[in-house]
Design a protein around this ligand. Structure first.
Ligand SMILES: Cc1cn([C@H]2C[C@H](O)[C@@H](COP(=O)(O)OP(=O)(O)O[C@H]3O[C@@H](C)C(=O)[C@@H](O)[C@H]3O)O2)c(=O)[nH]c1=O
Length: 182
């Protein structure tokens, strides 16, 4: 049975599917509508994509601004990452706080993030392939983020490999958050 485990940010969950093993390898199912619905999770996804990242890459911390904000379901199919979500919802009891979950191909686990959370990860064992499902389509003008090193996260690397965009994101402190708990 898939475990849906509440994380320390309201509305965020770790998804842990059972691993079915046989002589060929493994089988894991991340998304199952009845299970998600039983836990009050959204199953309306508009896009699915994946990224491949080398060792020591850090992507994030990203989100889409309202009204294009979205639920994000992320899981790792190759390698291992430290996945992080930061709460940007002003009226949340955990505003400004974050959670960190190790996602790996071996565990086959994922995270479900509600709107209003910034998302990012650091590659522990690359190449790491992450699959994402989002509940709204990508809208370049709403695609935004905060700097990886501005949210008090204890990353295992002080000089990770970053994109130019991620290097120039605003800090958490300077970001005027438009997010609220729904
Ligand atoms: C996210 C995204 C990017 N792109 C394009 C824009 C750009 O040319 C190229 C790479 O974009 P980025 O540098 O933003 O990609 P990346 O830094 O990998 O962004 C991703 O980071 C992780 C942490 C997430 O949570 C994802 O949702 C996504 O934001 O892909 C799309 O066409 N559609 C999309 O949905």
């Amino acid at each position: 049975m898939t475990e849906i485990i509440g994380l320390d940010l309201p509305g965020a969950f770790e998804i842990r599917p059972p691993v079915h093993r046989d002589l060929r390898g493994t089988f894991r199912k991340i998304m199952h509508r009845p299970t998600f619905e039983r836990h009050g999770l959204s199953t309306e996804f508009a896009e699915e994509y994946f990224t491949e990242s080398a060792d020591r890459v850090l992507r994030g911390l990203h989100f889409q601004l309202p009204p294009h904000d979205h639920v994000k379901l992320v899981y790792c199919v190759t390698g291992a990452v430290l996945d992080v979500a930061v709460d940007l919802r002003r009226d949340s009891p955990t505003f400004g706080r974050h959670v960190m979950v190790e996602l790996s191909a071996e565990l086959g686990n994922g995270v479900y993030l509600p709107p209003g959370l910034a998302h990012g990860f650091y590659v522990r064992r690359g190449p790491a392939i992450l699959v994402y499902k989002t509940s709204t389509v990508h809208t370049a003008s709403a695609d935004s983020g905060i700097r990886w090193d501005s949210a008090g996260i204890d990353w295992p690397d002080t000089a990770p490999i970053l994109s130019g965009r991620d290097l120039n994101l605003p800090t958490l402190e300077s970001f005027e958050s438009p997010f609220h708990i729904r």
